[in-house]
Design a protein around this ligand. Structure first.
Ligand SMILES: Cc1cc2nc3c(=O)[nH]c(=O)nc-3n(C[C@H](O)[C@H](O)[C@H](O)COP(=O)(O)O)c2cc1C
Length: 230
């Protein structure tokens, strides 16, 4: 008997992709990453500017970067090299509650209590190891660009995440890297004209890891959409 496998639809991929925060020690080749980028480059952008720049770190490059970042964090764990406010300084509701809920759900999966500040800090620091993923990516933009191009970069990043999912790989976008933007930019030789935005971990998901059981919630369509029909 032959089993016919149905290809994943866009809906399947959108609904199965999650932010993966634990990866297997299983290599991903440069060819695999190139293929994903080769597909994601068909993302739209206003005026077809294709404003994005990507740096991929893997193999020896990744080891060297994580070594430098690790030393920096040991020297100064709370240093913040951010130029970008990831969230508004005073996050209000409903967004504040959504963020809080995500954090609580994630730390619950990890069994790290709210009063375990050190435990939560140590866990957050896993961001700076790409959660052990074999591939890390960094996205940057020319500083001349305005909000439109930032939105287009976001579309491109999602295309990468969805394509990776289709290819059996998992990802986690990581704004946490903004806190180490200077260190990373120096390492990658990103010119002063460009601004580092976000990182992305990529690799094979560790399906046995509790943290990867987290399926974050979403508000319903009527919470964000208005239909004007008359
Ligand atoms: C641009 C962007 C940056 C993110 N940065 C981080 C990050 O630094 N660390 C992290 O653990 N998750 C990060 N996330 C993951 C979000 O928390 C996650 O997308 C959200 O909670 C929805 O969950 P899901 O991706 O599993 O569907 C980021 C997501 C996006 C889109």
């Amino acid at each position: 008997m032959t089993t016919i496998m149905r290809a994943m639809t866009v809906e399947d991929i959108l609904k199965t992709r999650i932010s993966t925060r634990a990866f297997l020690d299983k290599p991903v080749s440069e060819e695999q990453v190139r293929e994903i980028l080769d597909i994601a480059r068909w993302s739209p952008s206003g005026g077809n500017l294709q404003p994005w720049t990507v740096h991929v770190v893997m193999g020896g490059g990744l080891t060297r970067l994580l070594d430098i970042v690790g030393k920096k964090i040991t020297e100064n764990p709370t240093e913040d090299e951010s130029e970008i406010n990831i969230y508004p300084p005073k996050l209000e509701d409903p967004w504040r509650t959504r963020r809080y809920q995500l954090g609580e759900e994630m730390y619950e999966k990890l069994g790290i209590a709210r009063d375990n500040k050190m435990g939560r800090l140590a866990r957050f620091a896993k961001n700076y190891e790409f959660f052990d993923a074999p591939v890390g990516m960094f996205f940057s933009l020319n500083r001349r660009f305005d909000k439109g191009q930032w939105a287009h970069l976001g579309m491109f990043m999602l295309s990468i995440a969805l394509t990776a999912e289709e290819k059996g790989l998992a990802t986690c976008m990581q704004e946490a890297w903004t806190a180490r933007a200077k260190t990373v930019s120096d390492f990658l030789n990103i010119p002063e004209t460009d601004q580092l935005y976000c990182g992305m971990a990529m690799g094979y998901a560790d399906k046995a890891a509790k943290v990867n059981e987290l399926r974050s919630s979403r508000v319903s369509v009527d919470d964000f959409a208005t239909f004007i029909t008359k």
